[in-house]
Ligand binder design. Sequence first.
Ligand code: UT7
Length: 330
Amino acid sequence: MYRSKIAGLGGYVPENIVTNFDLEKLMDTSNEWIIERTGIHERRFVTPPCGTSDLALQAVKDAICDANIDKNDIEMIIVATSTPEHLAPGSSSFLQALLELGTIPTLDIRVQCCGFIYGLSIADQFIKTGMYKHILLVGVEVQSVGLDLTTEGRDTAILFGDGAGAVIISRSNDNSGILSTHLFGDGTHAKDLWIDAPAGSESPRISKEMLDERRQYPKMNGRQVFKHAVTRFPEVVIAALEANQWTREDIKLVIPHQANMRITESIAKRLDLPLEKVYSNIHRYGNTTAASVPLAMVDARNEGKIKKNDKLILAAFGSGFTWASAALIW
Ligand code: UT7
């Protein structure tokens, strides 16, 4: 068995900054409400046309450069996204073509906010068994084009933003690497945060009636999501601690999916960790779903909060419901 590690990291967000004040002009909301309930000050929206793979490209280039490998060393592409540019094929196929990466396997995974950590776990299995040495994993979202930017959709529209994070997962030849991953799901809550249409169970999948009924927009039972998130996040962090016999003091940083600042504060409180040990950059980007964990890693590293040999725990919770964690030595 081999060990895998994050050998390269890159992130990219669109230039277009959308502040809470900009949203005030579109819906009945306020900067104060958004900051108080979520901690979000601004987010980034793409300027269409811009697909998921287009947005991922710069983050991928940075990750390849950071890993100091040739792009042709990559043996598999995994893209975690809940906002692919088309129903088929997956964004990983479009990204492969943009990168001119030959005939290697490509895989899309749709695990929403947990997509990046699920992807990390999948990549880890391929590296551990010796099947591949370098895998490209991307967490990327173009949420903005699918949001209901009216008062009707304000509970979700204020949360989400666009962005991309990419990592190269490589075989480790030192102590650094991914030590454990824990993945969970509970589909009985599938409709507590979901997008109904296009609906594969109906013919046609998309119709004028569906659009008139606004079924193409995300629907969320916010309180239910919140309630489960504040329980599952600490649980899955504790699972990572116990599996590696780490104490809270061992952890340099917990990097959670950026769902809501109040959720992050609650994780710190429930785990009895100082808030400085639970990373947050939600004020800058909002909730970028599958991109949020790698984008948080990029910012944490740029801020000098992650250094070689640090023990980190990544954790996520979201639509599905799904929740997941990864313990790693940087
Ligand atoms: O990655 C996972 C993604 N999702 C999440 O993490 C979401 C988790 N949940 C949340 O973050 C919170 O539930 C929200 C931020 C979405 C909402 O906060 P809340 O404290 O649970 O508010 P609420 O849904 O209980 O709504 C309180 C009030 C309501 O008005 P009334 O019924 O009390 O008159 C809402 O209509 O706030 C109203 N409201 C808003 N007001 C201004 C809902 N959205 C907005 C808005 N601006 N954007």
